[in-house]
Design a protein around this ligand. Structure first.
Ligand code: UTP
Length: 488
């Protein structure tokens, strides 16, 4: 077979990095398929493959718990700052009203952007299509994307500014996501305020040989490069430049599967953006107290003096179970993946090589083809390794990083699994529970079941309110009947 100069060059490059097998079936492809495959391979960072395979696939990087490990310093809801060393001269309280004023001024000045990471594969939920299209509203059946759009429309009503919304997709769901927004007329948002950007991919590896897997004879197996891929995607897509041109200084980061995320939160923004003893204004995070030692979430820590998230799987049991004298978990500040980042900090993460985020390894079942025979393989055990970057690794690169504790029901109703905890069902229950709580705070009678849970279904659109305070300006019923279905 005669091969094009491009084909020959890529083949040489592949052989040099030990991945010559990727073109083993090229001659069986049509010219168009061949070209597509060569383009895909050319888009990968081939020179990095030997080191990645060696460091993360053939060897498992060992996590060593830092010698100096302390709980994160947390701004608690009641105005206390918890976790300060006894010797600290810093104030042990914070001022909610001042933070609210500072945050509102930033929002009204148009300096905040919303950013959702929606490039994941959502494999646990098992929903065909982008997760943001999943119908999550407890009564309305509105999609996750619609609920976020209503959150931003509500912010426009309240603060008089359109908060621009950046949506990170992956090559696997980008076209479908854009079509969904078009088909829903952008949910009433102005089209110019919404911008899509695609994250990159990383090759998937064979767990035993360290070679890159083939998804088919004409396609390398890849996976989205993790939510930490947001840093690169925001830079290379031009989104950071676009933000700069619009005067954006802070980015409200949230995940596509949590409809309770309060995207525009003046208090959090005010705390984050006011430089001081606790915040550098670079990256801040919200946490909720862990429900117990076994809850599988990462926790915020200070590791050798630097902020970070210690993953559940890396945490020795003794540390998981350690308690403070008051009985609270010592390492109990659970990560809910809600952050504020300054645009300038993301720019630095993306362009300063000493700020590069590390890779994480995950063992997965990855359908592929046998590189010797070309026969399809549907693995029943983990046969592959995916490499991903995590956004929370940026915390360690901050000068200082603020952590704000919030209430689980108020801001965390994730849809991860098809059933059980963190499922569509639990999310719907949390929507009603939160709404019932907001109404009860106004003296509305909400009927309850013997176990204390609301005996009705209530859905509050995030356009109407994203907090109990915001609901005070809405018109609400004085009482709710048993079994009622109430949309506000
Ligand atoms: P998860 O860790 O829950 O992963 O992502 P996932 O891919 O959505 O779901 P599973 O693990 O396959 O079931 C948390 C958030 O990060 C985004 C997801 O879209 C979700 O909002 N994410 C994850 C990305 O944007 N890109 C990625 O590469 C991975």
């Amino acid at each position: 077979m005669t091969v094009s100069p491009q084909h020959a060059a890529i083949h040489r490059q592949l052989q040099a990095v030990g991945q010559g097998h990727l073109l083993a079936f090229a001659e069986q492809l049509s010219p168009g398929q061949q070209q597509a495959m060569l383009s895909q391979i050319a888009s990968l960072d081939l020179d990095s493959l030997p080191a990645l395979s060696e460091q993360y696939v053939l060897r498992k990087p060992e996590y060593r718990v830092p010698a100096a490990l302390a709980p994160a310093i947390v701004h608690a809801p009641g105005g206390r700052i918890v976790g300060l060393p006894a010797s600290s001269a810093q104030p042990a309280t914070w001022d909610r009203a001042a933070a609210q004023r500072a945050g509102e001024a930033i929002i009204r000045a148009g300096k905040l952007a919303a950013f959702v990471v929606a490039g994941g594969q959502g494999s646990r939920l098992g929903f065909e299509g982008p997760k943001g299209c999943f119908l999550a509203g407890a009564l309305s059946g509105k999609s996750l994307f619609q609920l976020f759009a209503e959150n931003l429309l509500g912010a426009k009503d309240r603060f008089g500014v359109e908060v621009p919304w950046y949506i990170m997709t992956s090559p696997l769901n980008d076209a479908q996501t854009r079509q969904f927004f078009e088909s829903q007329s952008f949910f009433g948002l102005s089209k110019s305020s919404v911008r899509f950007l695609q994250q990159g991919v990383s090759p998937s590896f064979d767990i035993t040989t360290g070679k890159v897997l083939l998804a088919s004879k004409g396609e390398v197996a890849t996976n989205p490069d993790g939510h930490g891929g947001a840093v690169r995607a925001l830079h290379t897509s031009g989104a950071l430049q676009d933000m700069q041109a619009r005067g954006i200084e802070h980015i409200s980061y949230f995940q596509v599967d949590n409809p309770h995320a309060r995207i525009v939160d003046p208090v959090f923004l005010g705390l984050h953006a006011t430089p001081g003893a606790h915040s550098s204004g670079q990256m801040s995070s919200k946490v909720v107290p862990k429900v117990g030692p076994e809850e599988k979430v990462g926790v915020f820590v200070l590791a050798d003096g630097r902020s970070g998230v210690l993953e559940y799987s890396d945490m020795p049991k003794a540390l998981q179970e350690a308690r403070e004298p008051d009985g609270a978990l010592r390492f109990g500040a659970g990560n809910i993946a809600i952050h504020l980042l300054s645009r300038a900090f993301v720019q630095r993460l993306a362009t300063d090589s000493s700020f590069a985020l590390p890779w994480h390894r995950a063992e997965k079942k990855i359908p592929c083809i046998d590189p010797r025979t070309g026969e399809p393989i549907s693995p029943s055990t983990n046969n592959g390794v995916k490499l991903e970057k995590f956004i929370f690794d940026a915390l360690a690169l901050c000068d200082k990083s603020l952590v704000l504790e919030t209430d689980r029901v108020e801001e965390f109703a994730p849809i991860k699994n098809a059933s059980g905890s963190d499922s569509p069902e639990s999310c719907k229950q949390l929507q009603t529970q939160r709404a019932a709580r907001w109404l009860a705070a106004q003296g509305v009678h909400v009927p309850t079941k013997p176990d204390g849970s609301p005996d009705c279904i209530i859905e509050v659109s995030p356009r109407t309110a994203t907090s109990a305070d915001e609901l005070r300006s809405a018109s609400v019923p004085r009482t709710i009947e048993r079994g009622a279905r109430v949309s506000l």
